[in-house]
Each structure stands twice: as C-alpha cells, then as structure tokens.
Ligand binder design. Structure first.
Ligand SMILES: Nc1ncnc2c1ncn2[C@@H]1O[C@H](COP(=O)(O)OP(=O)(O)O)[C@@H](O)[C@H]1O
Ligand SMILES: N[C@@H](CCOP(=O)(O)O)C(=O)O
Length: 304
C-alpha cells in the first residue's frame, strides 16, 4: 500500500444559528479555506499562511488547525508525523463565518486521510463537534448544505434542511472582529419558558419558510430570544443595517454565527438592492464592510 504524504483539503465557511436555531442549525457557504498538508520525514512543524488576514494566523503549536490534526492522531493512539501546513485563507477570522470550524474540520480531515482513513465521516464529525463545543458550524463545514443537528441517545442525528433556490443569503462582513468566546460570554445560562417556546415555534417556521420561500413565514421566522438580543450591542451599527436591509426588501436580518457579520435572507430579485442598502448603512456609521450575496456550498469538506 502506498503511503500518501501530501494532500489538500478545501473547507467551506458557514453561517450558524440563522436566527432562532442557536447552536443547532447552520449552512455552508461558497467561501473557502484551503489547507495543504505535506509530511516531513525529518519531523517538526512548519505552518505558512496566505490570503485574507493571513498575518493573524498562529504559526506554532497553538494553531487550531494543527491542534485538530494532533487530536485525530491522539484519538487513534498514534504519533502525528512531522508536518508542513500551508493555509490559503478565504474565510475572514473571528467574523461569525466559521473560520474556527474550517480549521477544526480541515485539521481532522487532513490527518484522517494521511493516517489511512481509520475514522469514518461520522467519527470525524463527532470529534469536530467535541472540539468546537457545538455542532452548528462544524457539521455544515464537513457535510455541506444546510444542516440541523440534534442529540440522540447514541450521539447525533443530522438532517439536511431543504433550502429554496430563490432564497439568497446576503452576507455583510464588517472590518472589525468579535471572538465567538466573547460573544458567548454575554449569553444567559438560563432562559424562561416563554423564550423557549418563542424559539421552538420560530425555528419550526424557519424550516418551512426555507423550504417554500413563503414570504410571510420567513418575515416572522428570523426572530430569536436566545442570543441575538444579548449580542446586538456588541455589533456597532446593528440597528441601522437591520433597518436598511428590511427597507430594501429583505425578509429579515440575523447575526451570522456569533457575529459580527450580519446576514439578510432575501428573495433573489432583491439581492442587489439589499447588498447596497447594507453597505451604505454601515458606511454611514464609518464602518467599512464587504457585502456579498453567497450561495450555499453543497459539498462540504473535500480532498482536492
Ligand atoms: N485557518 C485557521 N488556522 C488556524 N487557526 C484558525 C484558522 N481560522 C480560525 N482560526 C482560529 O480561530 C479563531 C477565530 O475563531 P472564532 O472566534 O470562533 O471565530 P469564527 O466565527 O471565525 O469561527 C482565530 O482567532 C484563530 O485562532
Ligand atoms: N452557535 C454558535 C456559532 C458560532 O459560530 P462562529 O461562526 O461564530 O464560530 C454561537 O452562536 O456561538
């Protein structure tokens, strides 16, 4: 059997939560990081990064991608090989677009392949969820599409969520960061029954709205009581961008992942006007942003 010593893994960024689906639903986006792994016979670790915000990526053992790589070898009780990792970044860091999920999934998938694929996709997914602490970004990063994850008595049940082809996510990425850890610290640990019912009903509505593109359902569905009310104040310009997106015809706007990226769901006919409105609203607050309509990735992590 020949031993593979070089591979490239491409992993999509994600948008998690989609409003009422905190910590359980997320979608993969056509926005990618690429990770190339070359084993080093002499041992050691070399990490090089290029692309968007590459200078911010750690290049030593603390690198999250490398930690995931090592985690897989620990799991299969083998010593990780010396490795050179080349990172090509297309997903901006700490913006709520799942950059950490791409690193975790990329490191695990790369290590699993180099180790001769001892783990199934399901086992890789379970390791990824354990590392990230919640499933909503690592699952779509690994599998693609829009996915809902729920615990079962044996582990996780994952289901793919139908997404009407005319619903477009407009992604508005500001030029400031918000770490997921910081955005989780502001959340309450207990919620009221009223808020739980609110979110259960709105998530149900969202699932049907995404499948049908029915305007009145989607307009109501994107509301949330579990995380967005507590995080909005961490995102400068939130109210203005929300108002601008809705006035331009969006069904609604949510925080992408833990933020600060904001995501409007729109019918395809309104995508351009919503892009312009969100850009201008942030500009009026002296905040530069990149605003783009992105389609869903359907493949998840792939080995090139
Ligand atoms: N490609 C990468 N390689 C290594 N580490 C990464 C990579 N992408 C993200 N990270 C790590 O994840 C952190 C961002 O994670 P997090 O705060 O969860 O934001 P995000 O919403 O982008 O996932 C970065 O500061 C960095 O430490
Ligand atoms: N459910 C999590 C999702 C975090 O996603 P990320 O893309 O910001 O890493 C949360 O909202 O904390």
């Amino acid at each position: 059997m020949s031993v593979v010593s070089n591979i490239t893994v491409k992993v999509p960024g994600t948008t998690a939560n989609l409003g009422p689906g905190f910590d359980c639903i997320g979608a993969a986006l056509k926005l990618y990081n690429e990770f190339n792994f070359t084993t080093l016979d002499a041992g050691g670790l070399i990490i090089q990064a290029s692309g968007i915000e590459a200078a911010k990526v750690q290049t030593d053992e603390t690198n999250l991608l490398y930690q995931a790589f090592v985690k897989l070898y620990q799991h299969i009780k083998k010593t990780p090989p010396g490795i050179k990792i080349e990172i090509k970044l297309g997903v901006p860091l700490a913006r709520g677009l799942g950059s950490s999920a791409t690193a975790i999934v990329g490191g695990l998938v790369g290590a699993n392949y180099l180790a001769g694929s001892p783990l199934s996709e399901l086992e890789v997914m379970e390791l990824a969820i354990a590392m990230e602490g919640h499933p909503d970004n690592v699952v779509p990063a690994l599998l693609g599409g829009c996915r809902l994850a729920a615990t079962s008595s044996t582990g996780w049940e994952i289901c793919d969520i139908p997404w009407h082809r005319d619903i477009v996510p407009v992604i508005a990425i500001p030029n400031f960061e918000l770490s997921t850890a910081e955005a989780r610290r502001v959340l309450p640990t207990e919620i009221s029954r009223r808020d739980a019912i609110f979110n259960i009903s709105h998530l149900g509505l969202l699932l049907r709205g995404l499948a049908t593109n029915r305007e009145e359902w989607l307009k109501a569905a994107l509301q949330d009581k579990l995380h967005q009310p507590y995080r909005q104040t961490l995102i400068a310009g939130y109210e203005s961008v929300n108002e601008a997106a809705i006035n331009a015809g969006a069904y609604g706007m949510v925080i992408s992942g833990a933020g600060p990226t904001l995501l409007a769901l729109v019918d395809i006919t309104k995508a351009k006007s919503v892009e312009t409105a969100m850009t201008n609203a942030w500009m009026a607050k002296r905040i530069n942003s990149i605003v783009r309509s992105l389609r869903l990735d359907t493949q998840g992590a792939v080995i090139l």
